[in-house]
Write a protein that binds this ligand. Sequence first.
Ligand SMILES: *Cc1c(COP(=O)(O)O)cnc(C)c1O
Length: 426
Amino acid sequence: MSSSFEASSSWAQAQDAADPLRIFRDEFLIPNHNDGEQIYLCGNSLGLQPRGVRDAVNAEMDYWGSLAVEGHFRGRLPWMDYHEFVRDHLAEVVGALPSEVVTMNTLSVNLHLMMVSFYRPTTERPAILIEKRAFPSDRYAVESQVRFHGFDPATDLIEIEADAADGTLSIDAIQRVLDEHGARIALVLLPGVQYLTGQVFDLRAITEIAHRKGCVVGFDLAHAVGNIPLQLHDTHCDFAVWCSYKYLNSGPGAVGGCFVHERHAQTPRPRFAGWWGHEKSTRFQMGSEFVPTVGADGWQLSNPPILSLAPLRVSLEIFHRAGMQNLRAKSQHLTAYLIWLIERELDGVLSVVTPTAPDQRGAQLSLRVHGPRDSGRALFDHLGTQHIIGDWREPDVIRIAPTPLYNRYADCRYFVDAAKQWAATR
Ligand SMILES: *Cc1c(COP(=O)(O)O)cnc(C)c1O
């Protein structure tokens, strides 16, 4: 594939002109930085705003103003059923049955709610398996759950260490930990895409080996949803959680999501209940007995945040039109091009930490800056002066994520030029 790339900026522009997904960039607001348009490579942290969002939110503001309580039943999209208006497109993005997904709360909250049902430790099997470099919120959540059940994180939180020199984790390492500790592990919680390295995990393989050891399997898909195509139903994992403000472009603090596999649609497992999880047809009889809705909806607590669901609805509709497979094909080509440029033109300046195998990387590339920490930081600051928005992870990593909905080949070319410019003046 690499031989098909060319280094000239005219080649990058021609790729953009021929890109069938190029029209989607116009559907997003591209922020300005001083006098120039930003080269926004930070969709892994906060996705850009789709232009349609403002009207969608304003429409609900108008219904609130003009219909007030009747907005629950009237208006174009009655609030009573609003979370259902995002369901089909969300199921499409994560490869699930519509009844297996629900939008509610935020990621860390959903993780706790899922653990209430799916982390049921016993003295024989008390442990949770996570990765050593898990996102802090996930670590705090699992640690506090272990303690909540009267167990001790010192012995009952098992962490897998990266086994490759670049900081990535092999399926063999996961297999080894499960061979050693599997019988003590109640829950395996791993990411779909690792937030520091950008490594994509094989969810199906992990689920299979963990289920063979009798463990429950959950995934944190914060960096995977809207980034790589997922097939959650076929993966057979027990549950998954995610947020919607990263690749799903649904705005700061957007409503999160949850997947519960169909085989748990009606489960005797305990759960924390609220009225919105009650079976829909009898919810408003306000009875004293909780009857859960069949499927993921049964884990809802509260009536949903309409002003937060409106952006998600607009955003998911864009994903539906673009198609996850099309986005993935462009994303893989875009990152392959960027890797090719970096290896060719920034040797000795940057190296790619993210696995370069196409099925093991998503949109994000984590780039290690050679040399002392301050020099890496200086490069990052220089990129900022060139309107490039990425993010910096101490002590020496720059994360950039060309996202296929709104980034261009020319953005990758521009990024490499800016880094070269800095390296030349060093
Ligand atoms: C972004 C992210 C979070 C953020 O959690 P919130 O509850 O949405 O604030 C948690 N875990 C991972 C792995 C993330 O990438």
